[in-house]
Design a protein around this ligand. Structure first.
Ligand code: FAD
Length: 562
């Protein structure tokens, strides 16, 4: 046999299993050994909350591939319940503990790939180890939660952390008839989103009778005499629950790498180059344990998502065993393209947020940026079942380059974000979105798809056909506030000091408008007010459209006095 390279892989789930499978397809000769500390490899950790909620009825559906399958189909030697304890870089070998027998043995390597993932954060809170407090990462974690819910006949749950896993667990507890208190330290759930977009999630959660406790840092836990757990919050408030799910984030598992002297970045992840090579040329690292560069902002980050882990595992295998030396793949960085569903609401995002842009020190290239909001239907309005979604698009004011997008709604949200994600990866501009040719039939989309509309609105702005302002700027303005919605909409709620002239009456009531002051106009979501702007500007008025309309006003108001 030629080239019998020995490839050892630590971690047998997303990144590790992908790497092993790709490695075998590239080389029949390589000796590939996959070490996994747990009892399962290649399981669908993303599906765990849904088995708890019985949406995925059978546990075995979560087993994407078994050790036996890896052996039979891929000839990969899978060693589950084998913990890699030490890397001896000098002699290119690892120490492994067989957790079934206690035996410790050594295995040498030509190349080593680390995909140890990230562990749930479990702070040193008082009472953190009380029975009934769980984190969720593995199949055994999931079984424990299911067993607790069943045997304790759980009626009340406290979910701590409003990120992906927190929201998914909230959904899966609610659908089992369990009351949920969702406790979040920050003023918003889904912290990577801009706050006004999270506001829609808050409204949705409250509409589903979830008790949402924002700005509520947990300080500890106490067990009551009846076995229930009291979650103590900094404000002095207490939430009582039969079960607590701790979902406050994950931390890269880097102990092995650190002890081996591999370079770890300031954010706590293993540093790798764009071919997933660590500071040791014979050791690669992939997945949740590595720091990655943001494709848009070039900032380093920790992005624990399955897609990047899988792609990185594949890239590492290509670099290690691929024979096409002229065109080896390189990891392009992450855009943090992600989606999450909670009780019928879909939340998706890609690229950078306004919040992240504001935090960047060196963002001269990306500055100044602009944002627009729109709320189109997910398919043609005349076809039954059309549902609105709200999209926020962020782009460079200078070039129109798309920097990020966030969207929220009931249907078709992730499809639009996926299209925008691809545009971002190709340095696409708002003009590219405007001209994108996308699928259309009435039940799927619109002849002007939401992605086109986002591009058209932003392009109008770039070309000077419209001019926008934002609600955040209202308090510093003395503009005349014009609400062009219908009188009933106005009566249901409007912005203080706004004057209502419905769009249809605008031409005949122009004399009521000031010529010596700027006019800021709004409607429900920004479309009618844009039409109003076009009319008024052509009659010599100075007009700005307030992007996103009354809908975004209500969202911004959750966070800012305006
Ligand atoms: P993991 O998949 O965590 O695998 C690492 C493995 O390495 C672990 O099994 C661990 O036991 C093993 N290991 C660690 N150290 C050692 C050692 N020293 N020796 C032997 N074995 C070791 N991502 C999404 O994109 N979408 C989702 O919807 C989504 N949902 C999720 C839901 C849940 C409940 C969880 C927990 C995660 C979810 N994720 C989701 C995140 C996604 O699962 C991870 O980003 C991905 O699994 C990371 O892959 P990885 O290979 O880096 O780590």
């Amino acid at each position: 046999m030629k080239n019998r390279k020995k490839l050892l892989i630590v971690g047998g789930v997303a990144g590790g299993a992908s790497c092993a499978a790709r490695a075998r397809r590239l080389s029949e000769d390589a000796n590939i050994i996959l070490f996994e500390r747990g009892s399962h490899i290649s399981f669908a950790n993303c599906g765990l909350p849904y088995h708890i909620g019985k949406v995925i009825p059978r546990e075995r559906s979560l087993y994407v591939a078994s050790p036996d399958l890896f052996k039979r189909q891929l000839n990969v030697d899978v060693r589950t319940q084998n913990n890699v304890r030490y890397i001896d870089r000098k002699n290119k070998r690892i120490d492994v503990e067989n957790l079934k027998t206690g035996e410790v043995y050594r295995e040498n390597y030509d190349t080593l790939v680390l995909s140890p993932g990230a562990a749930p954060i479990k702070p040193d809170f008082k009472g953190i180890d009380l029975p009934g407090i769980f984190t969720l990462r593995t199949i055994p974690d999931m079984r424990k939660i299911i067993d607790w819910i069943k045997t304790r006949r759980v009626k009340k749950a406290a979910v701590i952390g409003g990120g992906f896993i927190g929201l998914e667990m909230t959904e899966n507890l609610i659908i089992q008839g369990i009351d949920v208190s969702l406790i979040e330290m920050l003023p918003q759930v889904m912290p990577f989103l801009d706050p006004e977009i999270s506001a829609f999630i808050h409204d949705h959660l409250k509409s589903k009778d979830i008790s949402l406790c924002l700005e509520s840092p947990v300080t500890g836990f106490r067990q009551k005499n009846n076995g229930m757990i009291e979650v103590m919050i900094e404000s002095g408030k207490m939430v009582t629950a039969d079960v607590v799910i701790l979902a406050i984030g994950v931390r890269p598992e880097v102990e092995l790498a650190k002890t081996a002297g591999l370079t770890v970045g300031s954010l706590g992840g293993i540093l790798v180059d764009d071919q997933m090579r660590t500071s040791d040329e014979n050791i690669f690292a992939v997945g949740d344990a590595v720091e990655v560069q943001n494709f848009v902002t070039a900032a380093q980050g920790l992005i624990p998502l399955a897609g990047p882990a899988n792609r990185q595992g594949r890239i590492a295998a290509d670099v290690i065993l691929g024979n096409n030396r002229t065109s080896q793949p390189r990891f392009r960085g992450v855009q943090a393209t992600s989606v999450c569903g909670v009780l019928g609401l879909t939340i998706a995002a890609t690229g950078t947020s306004e919040k992240a842009l504001a935090q960047l020190e060196k963002n001269e290239e990306l500055k100044p940026y602009e944002k627009i909001y729109l709320t189109p239907n997910h398919h043609a309005g005349y076809y039954p079942g059309a549902k609105p979604m709200t999209i926020k698009l962020i782009f460079s004011k200078k070039t129109g380059q798309v920097l990020g997008a966030q969207a929220i709604g009931m249907e078709g949200v992730e499809k639009r974000i996926d299209v925008i994600a691809k545009a971002i990866q190709h340095n696409g501009t708002v003009f590219d979105l405007e001209e994108s040719e996308l699928c259309y039939a009435p039940q799927y989309g619109a002849a002007k798809d939401p992605v086109n509309l986002a591009g058209m609105i932003a392009s109008n702005l770039m070309r000077g056909y419209t001019s926008i302002v934002h609600w955040e700027d209202l308090s510093e303005s003395d503009a005349f506030l014009l609400d062009v919605r219908g009188p009933f909409e106005f009566k249901r709620g409007h912005v203080k000091n706004a004057v209502n002239i419905p769009l249809a009456d605008l031409r005949k009531r122009m004399s009521e408008l000031p010529r010596d002051r700027e006019i800021w106009t709004y409607c429900y979501e920004g479309k009618r007010s844009y039409f109003a702007l076009r009319i008024l500007e052509q009659h010599g008025f100075r007009v700005e459209n307030i992007s996103g309309g009354y809908l975004i006003y209500l969202a911004v108001k959750q966070f800012k006095d305006i």
